[in-house]
Design a protein around this ligand. Structure first.
Ligand SMILES: Cc1ncc(COP(=O)(O)O)c(C=O)c1O
Length: 441
C-alpha cells in the first residue's frame, strides 16, 4: 500500500475470499464495507454478475487479440460509449493498463502533437504542487508529492510546479474571489518565464485525489487556466484517473467547470477494477497534426486495448448508463456529503468536508481556526484508517497535503450503486473510527 506506515498492518493483511456488492469478505468471514475500496476504484462494487458474465463471455471467445492486428467489438463498443458519455470534442482513445500509463500517454501525445507541427522546442511540462499523477518516471516527474518522489529525485524530468488550487488553503492575501485570477496569473508568469515556445502542456487533476484529499477546482479556476494555456499554445491535460468516469456525478469531472481539456486520462472507474484498464482521450485539434504527419500515436503497449479489459469496461459503463447511476451519484452524493459533515461536525479536528458526488475528502486539523496540521509522526489519518478497517469499513487515508509531509485527509469514495443503508453505515462507522483515534480509545 502506498506510503502506509507498517503499523497499518502490511505484514498481516487479511486474505480476501470474495466480494459481494459493496462488501469484501475475507477468509475468516469478516465483512468490510467498501467506503473507498482502495483509491476510488470500485464504482460498481464487487462481483457484479453482469460484469463477470461479460468478461467470461469475452474470455470464452478470445481473451485478447493484439490491438495492432485486430479490432474487436469490445474495443469499438467501449470507444463509442466513452466518447459519447464524455462529450466535448474527443476523437481518439489510446488504451493502456493503468492510470500511470494513461498519464504517460497523455504526456507523450502532447509532445508528439508539437513534434508533428515542427515545434520541437515545446518539450516542457508545468504541473501543480500537491498533485499525484502516477508511479512511472514520467508521471512521477509531474507529481507534486514529496513523499512519493523523494527516493527518485535526481532521475526525474525537470518539471515546473505552480501552486495547488485549494479554496480551503489559499495563499496569503488572496480571497475566494481573487483566487482563480491569482493562480492563473502565476501560471501565465511561469509560461512566460520559461518561454511559451518551450512549454508543451499544463497538467491538472480537476479534483485532486490522494495528494490533496479530494480538492475540487476553485470556482472559475479551470476556465481561467484554460484561457492562459490557449493564449500561449500550451495544451491542457486533465488527469481524471481518480475523479473521472462518473465519480463526481458527471462522466467527465471537468464538466462541472464547463471546460473541455485537450487531452484527458481516465482509469480507475473505467472498468471499475474488474480488469486493469486505462485510457487517454485525445481531442480532434490535438489529433489532427499527428494524424497528418505521423499517422499513428507512438505510445502503444503490448496490452493496449486488451479485449477482455475492454469488455469489462464496456459492461461497467453500460450498467452505469442503464441504471442512471450518475444521476444517483449527483443527487445522493450531495446528501451523503451533508450527512458526513453533520456527523463529523462534533469533532473540532475535522476542519473540512468537501468534494463532489461520491468523491468526498475529510481534512483533519489541530483546530479549525488555525488549520494547522497534526505532526506527521502522529499519522492520524492512517490511525483512523486502521481503526475503520478493524471495524469493517474501508476508507482511503492520505497524508502530506499541507506541506508535502504533514497533513491528514481521508477519502470516501463508495460504489455508485451503494445502497442508502450502506451509505448510512459508512457515516456511522467513520464517526466511530474518528472518535476512537482522537480520544485515543
Ligand atoms: C489522479 C491520478 N493519476 C494517476 C494515477 C496513477 O494510476 P495507477 O495507480 O493506476 O497507475 C493515480 C493513482 O492513484 C491518480 O489518482
Amino acid at each position: 500500500m502506498k506510503n502506509r506506515p507498517s503499523g497499518f498492518g502490511i505484514a498481516a493483511l487479511p486474505r480476501i475470499a470474495r466480494g459481494q456488492g459493496s462488501y469484501l469478505i475475507d477468509a475468516a468471514g469478516k465483512r468490510y464495507l467498501d467506503g473507498s475500496g482502495g483509491p476510488a476504484v470500485f464504482c460498481l462494487g464487487h462481483a457484479h454478475p453482469e460484469v463477470n458474465a461479460a468478461i467470461a463471455r469475452q474470455l470464452d471467445e478470445i481473451a485478447y487479440a493484439y490491438r495492432y492486428l485486430f479490432t474487436s467489438s469490445a474495443l469499438e463498443g467501449l470507444t463509442e460509449t466513452v466518447l459519447r458519455l464524455c462529450g466535448g470534442d474527443f476523437q481518439d482513445i489510446v488504451y493502456s493498463g493503468s492510470g500511470s500509463e494513461a498519464v504517460e500517454s497523455a504526456l507523450k501525445i502532447a509532445l508528439q502533437h508539437f513534434a508533428a507541427r515542427g515545434l520541437m522546442r515545446k518539450r516542457r511540462f508545468i504541473a501543480r504542487q500537491r498533485s499525484w499523477h502516477g508511479n512511472t518516471l514520467g508521471a512521477l516527474s509531474i507529481s507534486g508529492f514529496a513523499q512519493r518522489r523523494r527516493a527518485f529525485e535526481g532521475s526525474l524530468l525537470d518539471v515546473t510546479f505552480v501552486s495547488a488550487a485549494n479554496a480551503y488553503r489559499m495563499p496569503d492575501g488572496v480571497s475566494a474571489e481573487t483566487l482563480a485570477g491569482h493562480l492563473a496569473a502565476e501560471l501565465e508568469h511561469a509560461i512566460v518565464s520559461l518561454g511559451p515556445s518551450n512549454v508543451a502542456a499544463f497538467i491538472v487533476e480537476p479534483v485532486v485525489g490522494a495528494a490533496g484529499g479530494v480538492v475540487p477546482a476553485p470556482a472559475g479556476y479551470m476556465q481561467a487556466v484554460q484561457a492562459v494555456c490557449r493564449r500561449h499554445d500550451v495544451l491542457l491535460i486533465a488527469d481524471e484517473v481518480m475523479c473521472g468516469a462518473g465519480r463526481t456525478g458527471t462522466w467527465r469531472a471537468l464538466e462541472h467547470d464547463g471546460v473541455v481539456p485537450d487531452i484527458m486520462s481516465v482509469a480507475k472507474g473505467l472498468a471499475g477494477g474488474y480488469i486493469p484498464l486505462g485510457a487517454t482521450l485525445v481531442s480532434a485539434r490535438v489529433a489532427a497534426p499527428i494524424q497528418g504527419e505521423h499517422g499513428a500515436y507512438m505510445t502503444g503497449h503490448t496490452f493496449t486495448g486488451h479485449t477482455a479489459a475492454c469488455a469489462a469496461g464496456l459492461a461497467v459503463q453500460h450498467i452505469i448508463e442503464r441504471d442512471g447511476l450518475l444521476e444517483r451519484v449527483r443527487t445522493v452524493g450531495a446528501a451523503f456529503q451533508r450527512a458526513l459533515r453533520e456527523s463529523l461536525s462534533r469533532f473540532e479536528e475535522v476542519g473540512d468536508v468537501r468534494g463532489r458526488g461520491f468523491f468526498i475528502g475529510i481534512e483533519l486539523v489541530r483546530d479549525r481556526a488555525s488549520k494547522r496540521p497534526f505532526p506527521a509522526e502522529r499519522a492520524l489519518s492512517f490511525d483512523i484508517g486502521a481503526r475503520a478497517f478493524a471495524e469493517g469499513l474501508i476508507c482511503y487515508p492520505c497524508s502530506g497535503n499541507v506541506d508535502g509531509t504533514a497533513g491528514d485527509t481521508l477519502i470516501i469514495a463508495p460504489p455508485y450503486n451503494a445502497s442508502d443503508g450502506e451509505l448510512e453505515q459508512i457515516v456511522a462507522k467513520l464517526a466511530c473510527a474518528v472518535d476512537g483515534a482522537l480520544s485515543g480509545g
